[in-house]
Design a protein around this ligand. Structure first.
Ligand code: C5P
Length: 228
């Protein structure tokens, strides 16, 4: 039997991470958060004083950080040059800068290669759930199942500001400010030239606005079962 590859894409605040981790756990698959890799790259640029709005400087530095993503869905970690960056990559400073860094083609080429390697390495374990923005369109066009998660901007902002409450350094932002930041980031991610946020033609769209996390997880597990 071939490895199972599940691609989960969509804008921020649709519950992609929680959903993807739970689906991977239920199906006994590995898990990869590609957003965390773009965030880790951004954190490295900020820490090393690379001007994130200077695309040429970002491109030049993009092969310097050593990124290692753990693929255990129960304990996803990311290290940068051997340092655990799981906390620092969630700060507002990183969130505000990540769209600029992720629009740089050299950054994307490097991370897409890491993502395809992680996918190949997961085959022995049965497969992987990969979440991001361009997984179904660009990174893994032959995925077993492609899901595109959506939700209203209001629902997404409410979820995101709830999630950030417990994160040190994430700061306190109202739902309204969170909504504005999120809409701005989605517009940047959808509007960039190199593999923008987009639904693949063969992806199944799931609108999570009125669904509980448990319902979304069940829907995706059922879709995977149907493919096997
Ligand atoms: O999912 P998360 O909000 O952590 O992603 C952070 C940012 O990383 C996104 O806003 C986007 O700019 C970038 N990203 C991307 N392609 C992916 C995953 C994330 O460009 N596959």
């Amino acid at each position: 039997q071939d490895a199972v590859v599940v691609a989960i894409d969509g804008p921020s605040g649709t519950g992609k991470s929680s959903t993807s981790r739970a689906v991977a756990t239920k199906l006994g698959l590995r898990f990869l958060d590609t957003g965390a890799q773009y965030r880790a790259m951004t954190w490295w640029m900020l820490t090393n004083e690379v001007d994130v709005d200077d695309a040429a400087a970002v491109a030049l530095a993009s092969d310097k950080p050593v990124l290692v993503s753990g693929t255990d869905p129960l304990n996803p970690t990311i290290t940068v040059d051997g340092v655990d960056a799981s906390g620092p990559i969630r700060t507002q400073e990183v969130t505000a800068a990540v769209s600029a860094v992720s629009a740089v083609p050299e950054v994307r080429a490097r991370l897409v290669e890491l993502q395809r390697t992680a996918c190949a390495e997961s085959a022995a374990a049965g497969g992987i759930v990969v979440e991001g923005r361009d997984i179904g369109t660009t990174v893994l066009p032959d995925a077993t199942l492609k899901v595109y998660l959506t939700a209203s901007a209001q629902a997404r902002a409410a979820r995101r500001s709830g999630e950030l409450k417990g994160v040190p350094g994430a700061g306190q932002m109202s739902v309204e400010a969170t909504r504005e930041a999120l809409v701005r980031r989605d517009a940047a991610d959808s509007g960039r030239k190199t593999s923008p946020l987009a639904k693949a033609d063969d992806a199944i769209e799931v609108d999570t606005t009125e669904l509980s996390l448990e319902q979304v997880i069940e829907a995706i597990v059922t879709l995977v079962d149907e493919k096997l």
